[in-house]
Design a protein around this ligand. Structure first.
Ligand code: PEP
Ligand code: MN
Length: 336
């Protein structure tokens, strides 16, 4: 971080500022030019509040030259992180397809879909049990029973399961879940992130509806700072002025996140578009862009789905898409 000091700053204030920075383990380097005095901060500045610094009397401006995330930062971990979910690897050249319904609705439904997506080439099963719905009158998920049914589907098919957590008090229900999803609405539920940082489960962290990539990485940082390094980032579309699609899929996030971070990046074309027929082209685009995985909603009877039917592929459409994805994977240097 670099601080540009006001021209006629008080030397006493500069001494106080330097001493305060030293207490955070940051040393300083002063450079007095003809027109400007610049204070360079040396060391780990992630604990320095840039807005607080900018508000100080003697500071004209402050600029970060180092990102505020450390654990998630590619600069400190040049190699791709590979996350192993019961033998299924995500990241560093390994790409996986996660598929399943938006919500677990019944035993027959989840086991049927699990068998279908597995036969088509999915390597992980998704299904919502605790559902974050915009309306309190919409189906809220089967909750703990939904997780039990996912575990039965895992027993039947061997597919590891991915399901969303909404609050820390539910953690005991997730003890046999393979990947815990943090949904877009909870990306900045910092207490939940801290609690997940104390677990050793892989976390699929979705980008918030209106969050920057830096904010997504700061949320990953919360989990990693607690000791859990197994974070998978997920681009699932963001809010823009566009209303033709449910959200706007930010494909460039895949490349940018790969530059900024060593963590794997998964794309969710289902929530990004909200329209089933848009899911295949966006899945192929994400694969070509280098995504480390896709998470795709599949339903045996989309028209009667209890949530997100409009964006759900039928098992047949999913099977066709999975074949096309496998066709692109080797071109971008990916294997399962
Ligand atoms: C989901 O995956 O079912 C979900 C609710 O996703 P998001 O948090 O991205 O809206
Ligand atoms: Mn959904």
């Amino acid at each position: 971080m670099i601080l540009i000091l006001k021209r006629d700053h008080d030397p006493q204030q500069l001494e106080t500022l330097t001493a305060w920075l030293n207490t955070m383990g940051v040393s300083t380097h002063l450079s007095r030019g003809e027109f400007q005095t610049i204070l360079g901060l040396v060391g780990d500045t992630s604990r320095v509040d840039i807005d607080l610094v900018k508000s100080m009397d003697i500071v004209e401006d402050a600029k970060r030259i180092q990102e505020p995330f450390k654990n998630a930062n590619r600069k400190f971990h040049p190699d791709d992180t590979i996350i192993d979910v019961g033998g299924v690897k995500i990241g560093g050249g390994h790409m996986q397809i996660i598929a399943g319904p938006c919500s677990v609705e019944s035993e027959e439904q989840i086991i049927g879909i699990a068998k279908d997506v597995k036969a088509a080439g999915a390597t992980l099963l998704r299904g919502g049990a605790f559902k974050p719905r915009t309306s309190p009158y919409s189906f809220q998920g089967l909750r703990a029973e939904g997780i039990e049914l996912l575990l039965k589907a895992k027993e039947e098919t061997g597919l590891p399961i991915v399901t969303e957590i909404m609050e820390s008090s539910h953690l005991p229900f997730f003890k046999d879940v393979d990947v815990i999803q943090v949904g877009a609405r909870n990306m900045q539920n910092f207490e939940l992130l801290k609690d997940l940082g104390r677990t050793d489960k892989p976390i699929l962290l979705k980008r918030g509806l209106a969050n920057t990539l830096e904010e997504l990485l700061m949320s990953a940082e919360y989990i990693m700072a607690g000791g859990n390094q197994k974070v998978i980032l997920c681009e699932r579309g963001i809010r823009t002025f566009e209303t033709a699609t449910r959200n706007t899929l930010d494909i460039s996030a895949v490349s940018m996140l790969h530059e900024m971070s060593h963590l794997p990046v998964v794309v969710d074309p289902s929530h990004a578009t909200g329209i089933a027929r848009m899911v295949p082209p966006m899945s192929l685009a994400a694969t070509a862009a280098g995504a480390d995985g896709l998470i795709i909603e599949v339903h045996n009877d989309p028209r009667h789905a209890l949530s997100d039917g409009a964006q759900s592929l039928t098992p047949a459409a999913f099977a066709e898409l999975a074949g096309q994805i496998r066709g692109i994977m080797p071109i971008v240097g990916k294997t399962a």
